[in-house]
Design a protein around this ligand. Structure first.
Ligand SMILES: [Zn+2]
Length: 619
């Protein structure tokens, strides 16, 4: 990609002057700061700016930058005074915890029952005026350990984060070095394979990483990690990392990057931070390959953004996250390079088909020239229609629990697990699925609570309805760590391909019993134990011990939170205006190859599949 532009729009002094000129005196402005990707307006009269949101919208349109309002430090009451004001406004029994973010001047109040809050918005504004702090309200949950870990980490790093935000702001809002625009993309992982998704986007001004995953199915370092070594660049040269979603094959390398010295910003949607933190802590507990401090460094350097907000992340790159329909907070990454000279969309993992919990992936981008799309299901085999798969799943589970058996469904911690619990609940409510306890792993339970906490990211129908009992915890039980699981029952446990974790422990309990069943709903990669069992192996080896498989095995396609072949083609053909090229990643070689050929032939768009470069071995 190569293009030239002679227009220069990066006169940042003009931004400050424009803001000062257009803000009325009542706004109580005390200072303007570049903080991370935001231009922060500090005010002693936050009520005025928050109530007259039109002023802010006009300002954003004028300067074309992300603007946030912050309260001036001078009006912020002490923590103690603030707590007593909050307790006057809200029933203290309805408050689970309160987090003060001193570096941003924001408070998050975790509320047990949001339905008990009356006058939501106006009550918040009153609280802002009285306390001098910005206020966020979130639903609390029964499991808050990752949220607590994040909040404690942010608290410990208050001074560092103030300096970090300033440093990032200076880098983003600096003048451009030149007006010649070039952009190249280097695949470092997750191409011609699933796992370790990672791309390096290089422009004349910036180096940006898109995703930063590990391949959990591979232990060999050369295949486990993205191939940073091939490009020979140093982590310190990266200006920013953008994450599409929380899954480890898109994020798992982050703690390592911080271990090796990266100290720049990480951009992701709001729910992605707690979800990935939970996965890192779980992985760290089981594998111990990086330290708690490495995970803390990820948290300190992460700048969460809302879907749809246009945000400068470099002097020449604007970023917008769009819903990709795959898991909570999953996004397609839209990057606008230069003065609109080139627009790239990296879909991340994509579901172009409706699910209960999430909306269909967004496709209505203003401009896209280059599309990088996933090709997990790049071959036309089994269509992914929920109308077809759901009744088959219910029938399969009913058959086993009616004969008094247990059904083990190995699932990833986030995404498919929550969608499945919701679906099973719905079917139990309507009587289609027989009543039985649903046993789940603790990490899945925590995932459920994060779904409830970030309601804004759920489907349109759900976010406009009462979701206080989204997962109906009535029939849900934790998988007992010592005792056996009662029959009949349904068990949801990670990992989805039996690479470790609770599913492997439960497998040992049920594998020998012909009345029990393993039901596969998610993708099984070649070479994994999951695939071995799925294709009919009667004997497997767990930790050096032979285990016989006598239980029933069933696989049902169509429940996946990835698009199938038809959905992927429908998505590409929907994109307007016309694409220049489509690059296919994230899929086994024959699948990405087939998808690229199909896009060329059927949609008449230049398309190719990407591969991770291999170094020529000399020794
Ligand atoms: Zn994913």
């Amino acid at each position: 990609m190569n293009f030239i532009n002679t227009q220069d729009e990066s006169d940042n002094q003009n931004i400050t002057a424009t803001i000062l000129k257009n803000l009325p005196k009542e706004s109580g402005l005390t200072k303007i700061e570049y903080e991370g990707p935001f231009i922060s307006l500090y005010t002693i009269n936050p009520k005025f700016l928050m109530e007259t949101s039109k002023i802010l919208t006009n300002m954003v349109n004028l300067v074309k930058k992300r603007i946030v309002i912050r309260t001036d430090e001078s009006i912020r009451k002490s923590h103690k005074e603030t707590l007593s004001i909050i307790n006057r406004h809200y029933d203290s029994k309805n408050i689970k915890s309160i987090f003060f973010d001193d570096s941003l001047g924001e408070i998050t109040i975790y509320i047990n029952n949001l339905n008990k809050l009356i006058n939501g918005e106006s009550q918040i504004l009153d609280l802002v005026v009285e306390t001098g702090w910005k206020i966020k309200i979130r639903k609390s949950s029964q499991v808050m350990s990752s949220i607590q870990f994040i909040n404690n980490t942010l608290k410990e790093a208050t001074d560092y984060r103030i300096a970090f935000y300033k440093k990032v702001g200076e880098n983003i809002f600096r003048a451009r070095l030149n007006n010649i625009y070039e952009a190249s993309l280097i695949a470092l992982g997750g191409c011609g394979e699933i796992g370790r998704s990672c791309f390096l986007l290089v422009t004349n001004e910036s180096k940006i990483l898109l995703d930063c995953g590990i391949n959990l199915q591979e232990n060999r370092a050369l295949h486990h990690f993205p191939r940073m070594d091939i490009t020979g660049f140093n982590p310190e040269e990266i200006d920013g990392i953008i994450l599409s979603h929380a899954h480890m094959d898109h994020t798992g390398f982050l703690p390592y990057l911080f271990k090796y010295g990266y100290r720049g910003p990480v951009y992701c949607t709001e729910p992605t931070l707690p979800l990935m933190t939970m996965l890192f802590l779980d992985y760290h507990k089981n594998h111990g390959l990086y330290s708690d401090q490495d995970i803390k460094n990820v948290i300190i350097h992460t700048i969460p953004l809302n879907l749809g907000d246009v945000t400068d992340i470099a002097p020449d790159i604007k970023l917008v996250f769009y819903n990709s329909g795959h898991v909570l907070g999953s996004s397609s990454i839209h990057m606008h390079i230069g003065n609109g000279d080139h627009n790239i969309v990296y879909t991340g993992d994509l579901k172009f088909g409706k699910t209960y919990l999430l909306d269909n992936a967004s496709w209505n981008f203003p401009r896209v020239e280059t599309l990088i799309i996933e090709g997990t299901f790049g071959i036309k085999d089994s269509p992914h229609k929920r109308e077809e798969s759901d009744p088959l799943i219910i029938e399969s589970i009913n058959k086993t629990i009616r004969s008094g058996g247990k059904v083990l469904i190995p699932v990833p911690i986030i995404g498919l697990a929550q969608e499945l619990i919701y679906t099973l609940n719905q079917n139990q409510d309507t009587g289609k699925l027989d009543l039985a306890n649903i046993y789940i792993d603790n990490t899945i339970l925590e995932g459920c609570t994060i779904y409830e906490m970030y309601k804004d990211y759920l489907s349109y129908n759900l976010k406009n309805s009462d979701t206080s009992n989204l997962f109906n915890y009535h029939n849900i039980k934790p998988i007992p760590s010592k005792s056996k699981i009662n029959k009949p029952s349904i068990i949801l446990a990670p990992s989805s391909m039996f690479l470790g974790g609770t599913s492997l422990k439960v497998l040992k309990q049920i594998s020998n019993n012909p009345t029990d069943k393993i039901l596969f709903l998610s993708y099984q990669s070649q070479g994994t134990m999951g695939k071995e069992i799925q294709i009919g192996s009667k004997e497997i080896v767990i930790n050096g011990k032979k285990v016989e498989i006598k239980c029933e095995i069933d696989s049902i396609h169509g429940f996946s939170n990835h698009s199938d072949y038809n959905q992927t083609l429908a998505y590409v053909s929907r994109l307007k205006p016309k694409l220049k090229r489509v690059l296919v990643s994230h899929g086994e070689k024959n699948k990405v190859q087939n998808l690229a050929v199909s896009i060329n032939k059927i949609l008449n768009i230049q398309s190719q599949y990407l591969l991770v470069p291999e170094a020529t071995k000399l020794l």
